[in-house]
Write a protein that binds this ligand. Structure first.
Ligand SMILES: C[S@@+](CC[C@H](N)C(=O)[O-])C[C@H]1O[C@@H](n2cnc3c(N)ncnc32)[C@H](O)[C@@H]1O
Length: 211
């Protein structure tokens, strides 16, 4: 008789991607209650882990395609004994569009998403209308999307895409009141690296309007 596959796989903090894209149940994922935040493309997890450590009551999911990065982030989470983080290796666009339940996420963080600069690769970008539909569907009213990139061409797509959506209002400044870490410090490894290199930095935050 076929047995149901477990939701947690590979490491004790990793979700099964196939089951997750079919639809997540946050209480099953975390075994606890509380707000949920999702970081897309966590790299080695610098931001996710610092944010999770600073607010143990907030449940955080890290989405990352690179297994190598995920393993580093997971082993750091275990070393820090964090109970409020989980990880998943999946295409973030698919997860946001199909796997994440309606009205269930307090906040998304998308820092230095791959820019896919070649025209024929643009369709691989995270920010495109279908994914923004997914963000709007899955955020709770008042929930936020925080974005940063060094890539001017990609920013020239992201900014009008988000500003042009009636469901979202732009916050006057990146971060806002409930942001978990000081926004003047480098938030991620790429932000740190790009600051040293003197690259551009474009950042913005948007809030989902009520109903
Ligand atoms: C430029 S890195 C930025 C990493 C981290 N956010 C930072 O700022 O240091 C982009 C990350 O997004 C991940 N990524 C790219 N496309 C993805 C996708 N469709 N789904 C999940 N992760 C993705 C890459 O593997 C990579 O780790």
């Amino acid at each position: 008789m076929p047995r149901e596959t477990p939701l947690i796989v590979e490491s004790e903090l990793r979700l099964d991607p196939v089951r997750s894209v079919e639809g997540l149940d946050w209480s099953q994922v975390f075994g606890s209650a509380g707000p949920v935040e999702v970081e897309i493309g966590i790299g080695k997890g610098r931001f996710l882990l610092a944010a999770a450590e600073s607010r143990p009551d907030v449940r955080m999911l890290g989405v990352e395609w690179s297994n190598q990065y995920l393993r580093i982030a997971e082993s750091r989470a275990v070393r820090l004994s964090l109970e409020n983080v989980r990880f998943i290796r999946v295409d973030a666009r698919e997860l946001v569009q199909r796997g994440i339940p309606d009205d269930s996420v307090d906040c998304y963080y998308v820092f230095y998403p791959d820019p896919w600069p070649k025209k024929r690769h643009n369709k691989r970008r995270f920010f495109q209308p279908g994914t923004v539909d997914g963000l709007a569907r899955t955020l709770v009213a008042g929930g936020c999307v925080h974005v940063a990139t060094d890539h001017e061409d990609y920013w020239s797509v992201i900014e009008p895409l988000m500003d042009g959506r009636a469901e979202f209002s732009r916050l006057p400044e990146f971060g806002g009141e409930r942001f978990p870490l000081p926004v003047d410090e480098p938030l991620t490894n790429f932000e740190d690296k790009y600051r040293v290199e003197g690259r551009n930095r474009f950042r913005g935050s948007w809030r989902l309007n009520p109903g």
